[in-house]
Ligand binder design. Sequence first.
Ligand code: GLN
Length: 492
Amino acid sequence: MASAYMHTLAEIRDNLAKGAIRPSEVLDSCLTRLAQTEPRIHACITVCAEEARKRAAVLEAEGPSDPPGALWGVPLAVKDVLCTRGIRTTAASRILENFVPPYDAFAVERLKVAGAVIIAKTNLDEFAMGSSTEFSAFGNTANPWDISRVPGGSSGGSAASVVAGQCFGALGTDTGGSIRQPAGLCGCVGIKPTYGRVSRYGAIAYGSSFDQIGPLARTVRDCALLLSVIAGHDPRDATSRDAPVEDYTAAAGRVGLRGVTLGLPVEYWAEGLSAETEKVCRAAVETAAGLGAEIREVSLPALPYGIAAYYILATAEASTNLARYDGMRFGLRVPGGDLTETYAASRAKGFGEEVQRRILLGTYALSSGYYDAYYTKAAKVRRIIAGEFAKALERCDALLAPVSPVVAWKPGSLPDPLSLYKMDILTIGLNLAGLPGLSLPAGLGGESGMPVGLQIFGRAFDEAGIIGIASALEAALPALGEPEDVSDAGFN
Ligand code: GLN
């Protein structure tokens, strides 16, 4: 067998289940790869080598159950915003640098029950606020396709880890694009499930009415497998829905797109897309048409107001969610002369600049006198956008759009925070509407040679539908191939 880390999750899972390879062998392959690539990629905040080795040994001693757990022995990584019992969970913030949760997030619990081995906690923008993993208190992550570029964000560590071959899949969170955008910029698959599909229990909150947990992996089938494990109702999250969970791996077997209507929202295909991005994505639409899909133009006229609405609502929610970090109950404490000074000193030292900016923005939007002008208005815009999505999806089975207007950029190359916020124009609409979306590698940009992603948006709770469409397209699109080797071996 080729080095274990080179297999897809589905392949390695099957090999593990039939005893062709042992959990500790697979783990060793991933840990070796991790050690070789991490100096250049820096995808992880914490590597849980020891815990993972113990876990693999226990699994091996027990042997697989009958039938084997869906992820028995498979090494996976988890964004460091999801709580892991006994393993520190930082949200990439100084304020939680030494926080060791006493419990697992629901999604992590599900992975463990299915037999997975957690090998690392991945890097992100602090509290998932960002689009490039440049706002981590633990340093930047690099894009495995070109280490001088960002991996996207905020789940940049998860995407980079998957693409660099450190693990077979990872969990991320998507508040305004943080699964789909790094998947797109790094060249892997990512799914943002419908709001309510996966319990947010144990996810460190950013914007609670937007946050969703979802998988990143190298193939559509691998993502489907992970989603099948983490989807489902959980009474500990009041917004988790008791909707039936389908077998997403069955959906991943779809061939052809006959009878499928795909909408192209004109606002997503407008000016602002780089020429190479537009070219690759248009070619993918042609491929879909070649597979039998009917393509039609649709319009979401309020979408251009999405960025403004999102950055008001998400920062408003963030400002209240982050109020709990006050130096008193947990996290960093910087003692001051009195209580108020201690709050201020702890928060000033513990939060990075971008997080502080967002707390200020959100507090302002919620302050009396401005609440109606900003928050209420943004909430209305959100309703309108959600309505437009629903209408477009009455006429179409799914919608197609590029993931990002440009390919991965160089760290520090955007002039100001607003330019960075504007990069989210193609992802945030879906979060405002609460719908599911998948990001699929569509090809490499002709100019940059960097991955370009295509999004597939679906109806509420129709993850199976978008997985089917993605998998038919995946089989027909040109494979991206492998990035140049970023391991020590490739760098001598
Ligand atoms: N880039 C967006 C933001 O900074 C989305 C982040 C996310 O989805 N967590 O808010």
